[in-house]
Design a protein around this ligand. Structure first.
Ligand code: ZN
Ligand code: ZN
Length: 474
């Protein structure tokens, strides 16, 4: 087969039907003696848009929803005419499939994002002469080897979330907040409802995806489509490494190649001031990794959780000191629970499950075995400097080191529901270093080094803290 015969990728032509309607109407106007007499050389395309946008209101048999759909179709066309619609070309259909399956766990958050990033416009309402102020967002999704793709028009100020056109036979629907709530909670959906929901999720998740994975968004149209000028906003969309990772994981889990479903993942807008950077950024959340506890996959290195440090009261501090002393003296003579070797992958541990009663009494007890594990992991050496001299325990061949909670236990409340009594937070120190870290003038140097060694593991355990805050605790 010659190169010329090679199969060429073709893409959906979004809005093609609506442009046909527009061109037909324009031709009619240009051929109409009445219009020519009235406007002559002053004829503008806006006349056609206005005429078409007002048409639904002259049709009393249309329902309110149908009128909205028709009006918004024209509004989107006008936006496209002004080259303000975002045209997105999916590199593969799979990505579309993932995004249309992903639940909208934070719909309000993503809508807020659309509101903050859309074009601001005054829109005429159907009911009266008043104009409403709205943030609008026009989006066309082009899918390989599919005829019409998806064209979507968001309008956030009104109760309407979206009007959308999709499928080879253009199907239009409107998704109001009310309809979405109803459909999302209903067990008996029609095939059409199901398809509308899919298209709605796809549109919302595509916007989230583009913000969350900017490295997968390539500016411009595909080479094959160079001749077509779409708008000032053309993008190609690639599959993110995060999604490829999940695919691989799911495939290896089942042992065979299956298309992973994405019902356990969702996008979320960071709204809280606790995020030191990137407030207003969308992140990708994995809700399955840890049982009963969603794990946030931060997609940008610069996103950091910042919790306000809660200063412990004197009762808590005293309880913790007593516990520390108790455990250190126990450790001095214990030999039975000294394990040979211990390997560990950091993960978050929720405190409610293990220590509910103690929370209210503000005593955060320690798990002895966790402490021993941490020492074994360090091979009974000092983790500040493994060359520090240590002695061998009586009745054992293990070196004598002491366990220290890097994030001090008295600050447990700050990190709730996650436990500080986990291997990730416990370091093994020689007696000298342990005394120094609590009472020494140069404790800062030790803390700094240990923090850098443990930073990643602390984060994997949902214990987010920066060095500055950690130093303030001592
Ligand atoms: Zn200590
Ligand atoms: Zn040491």
């Amino acid at each position: 087969m010659s190169n010329k015969m090679a199969k060429k990728i073709w893409y959906s032509k979004c809005l093609e039907n609506d442009w046909e309607i527009f061109n037909k109407q324009k031709k009619m106007f240009l051929n109409s003696p009445d219009v020519q007499k009235r406007y002559g050389n002053n004829f503008k395309d806006d006349l056609v848009f206005n005429y078409l946008a007002n048409l639904p209101q002259m049709r009393p048999y249309l329902s309110y929803e149908e009128k909205v759909i028709e009006t918004n179709r024209i509004a989107l066309l006008k936006l496209d005419y002004d080259k303000k619609v975002k045209h997105v070309f999916f590199k593969d259909k799979e990505l579309r499939d993932y995004l249309q399956d992903m639940p909208l766990a934070d719909l309000q958050g993503i809508k807020q994002y659309i509101k903050d990033n859309g074009d601001f416009k005054s829109l005429p309402t159907l009911s009266n002469e008043n104009k409403i102020q709205s943030d609008i967002f026009g989006l066309c999704l082009h899918i390989p080897y599919e005829k019409s793709g998806y064209s979507c028009y968001f309008q956030v100020a009104d109760k309407l979330a979206l009007t959308c056109e999709y499928k080879d036979e253009p199907l239009c629907f409107a998704m109001t907040d009310e309809r979405y709530e109803l459909l999302n909670n209903s067990n008996s959906k029609t095939k059409e409802d199901e398809n509308d929901l899919k298209a709605f999720r796809l549109a919302i998740n595509t916007i989230a995806y583009m913000n969350c994975f900017p490295s997968c968004v390539i500016d411009g149209v595909l080479k094959e489509l160079k001749e077509v000028a779409y708008s000032d906003f053309n993008f190609c969309l690639e599959k993110s490494d995060k999604i490829i990772e999940i695919e691989k994981f799911k495939n290896s889990e089942s042992g065979k190649s299956v298309t992973p479903h994405f019902r356990n993942y969702y996008f979320k807008l960071l709204k809280s001031d606790k995020f030191t950077h990137k407030k207003g950024q969308i992140i990708f959340v994995n809700a399955t990794m840890v049982k009963g506890n969603s794990k946030t996959v931060l997609t940008d290195e610069s996103i950091e959780l910042k919790k306000e440090i809660i200063n412990p009261d004197t009762e808590v501090i005293q309880n913790c000191k007593n516990e520390d002393e108790k455990i250190i003296s126990e450790l001095k003579t214990e030999t039975k629970r000294l394990v040979e070797k211990y390997e560990y992958v950091a993960h978050p541990v929720k405190i409610e499950e293990m220590d509910k009663n103690n929370i209210t009494r503000k005593i955060f007890s320690r798990n002895r075995q966790v402490t021993f594990n941490a020492l074994a992991r360090a091979k009974y050496h000092c983790e500040y400097n493994p060359n520090h001299e240590i002695f061998i325990r009586k009745h054992s061949d293990k070196g004598y080191t002491e366990a220290h909670h890097l994030i001090l236990m008295e600050y447990q409340e700050t990190f709730l529901p996650y436990s500080l009594d986990v291997e990730a937070n416990i370091v093994s120190l020689c007696s000298n270093c342990h005394n120094q870290i609590h009472y020494g003038k140069e404790a800062e140097i030790i803390i700094k080094k240990l923090y850098n060694q443990r930073k990643k593991e602390l984060e994997s355990s949902e214990l987010h803290i920066d060095l500055e805050d950690l130093l303030k605790m001592y």
